[in-house]
Design a protein around this ligand. Structure first.
Ligand code: NAD
Length: 289
């Protein structure tokens, strides 16, 4: 049984690690919050003492961390302890610049790297149906493609290092805009005295359909189960969406790209975070006027 190191076992990392462990991988995990292991009492997952302990037992290490600061901190240690030709895969969503920087540092120590952020949310992580957008060399990608196939339903090698992160910020900027638009559509329907169940039936099968409505309807009791059914607990936090929109805005500035919806979405998520509601799932944005 092959060993895999997994660092960052939060909302997303937990399901991903469980899927690897149930496919005959021996997962050695680490998280700065040891409580995550209370929910990980699964066969084939053990708790590493620290990052060094994880890295010394594994030749493939996956990181699933909140942001670029955490990735920098964790990769510094991984690079320090990893043996040559180990493969380090970062599945977190971070800025392209930091991703390129940490990967370069690793490559200078003869380590192989990929950026492989994901889409599909906590449900996708739990069900093994994520989409991976990958940046890096084809040879490294083929060495670990089977892991992406276990944790996801689709994986796309987008190009060289950093292109996975570029694809991810474009995706999330679009997701934020569509979720806000779904909220506006429901608000108008409500004021027109339309039955919202009927609206869902129409929208989810008409030209207005999109992932935000079909899979993640932000109204309680409507559509498949989503965080709105659980008072916006869990899921993909508004704070993380705010981070991703900040990354998109910086990238747009750096590339002189004119974006309007992205800027408006960013303002809405900024307001949620300022009201200390950033822990709510991002679909909470439909309540932000
Ligand atoms: P999370 O906050 O639930 O999990 C992150 C985990 O990393 C936490 O358990 C935390 O304790 C741990 N951690 C933080 N700093 C650490 C460090 N220095 N050393 C070790 N562990 C550390 O976040 P999440 O929702 O699982 O998201 C993880 C990443 O995936 C983010 O970059 C996010 O943008 C991205 N993402 C999330 C979703 C989603 O729906 N939640 C969807 C797609 C992508």
């Amino acid at each position: 049984m092959k060993n895999i190191g997994f660092i960052g076992l939060g909302n997303m990392g937990k399901g991903m690690a469980i899927n690897l462990s149930s496919n005959n991988y021996n997962v050695i995990g680490y998280d700065s919050n040891p409580n995550v292991f209370n929910e990980l009492s699964v066969e084939n997952i053990s708790e590493g003492k620290n990052i060094e302990d994880v890295v010394k037992q594994t030749e493939i290490i996956i990181t699933m961390l909140p942001d670029g600061i955490a990735v920098k901190e964790v990769w510094k240690q991984i690079i320090n302890f990893a043996s040559e030709n180990s493969i380090i895969i970062d599945c977190s969503t971070i800025d392209v610049k930091t991703s390129l920087e940490v990967q370069k540092n690793a490559q200078n120590k003869n380590l192989l790297t990929l950026d492989a952020p994901v889409s599909g949310g906590v449900m996708g992580a739990n069900d093994g149906t994520l989409t991976f957008m990958i940046g890096g060399e084809e040879e490294t990608y083929h060495k670990v493609k089977n892991l992406f196939e276990i944790m996801g339903k689709k994986n796309i090698l987008c190009g060289s290092f950093g292109t996975g992160q570029s694809a991810k910020i474009c995706n999330n900027m679009l997701l934020a805009s569509t979720m806000i638009a779904v909220g506006e559509s429901f608000k108008l329907a409500k004021n027109l005295n339309l039955d919202l169940e009927k609206l869902y039936d129409v929208l989810s099968t008409s030209s207005g359909s999109c992932w935000a409505i079909n899979n993640y309807c932000p109204y309680k009791g409507i559509g498949p189960k989503s965080p709105s059914d659980d008072d916006f607990k869990g899921g993909f936090s508004s704070a993380l969406m705010f981070k991703d929109l900040s990354l998109a805005i910086s990238a747009a500035k750096e590339t002189n790209t004119k974006i309007n919806y992205g800027i408006q979405s960013h303002k809405k998520f900024e307001a949620i975070v300022k009201k200390e509601k950033g822990h709510f799932d991002f679909s909470y944005v439909v309540n932000e006027s």
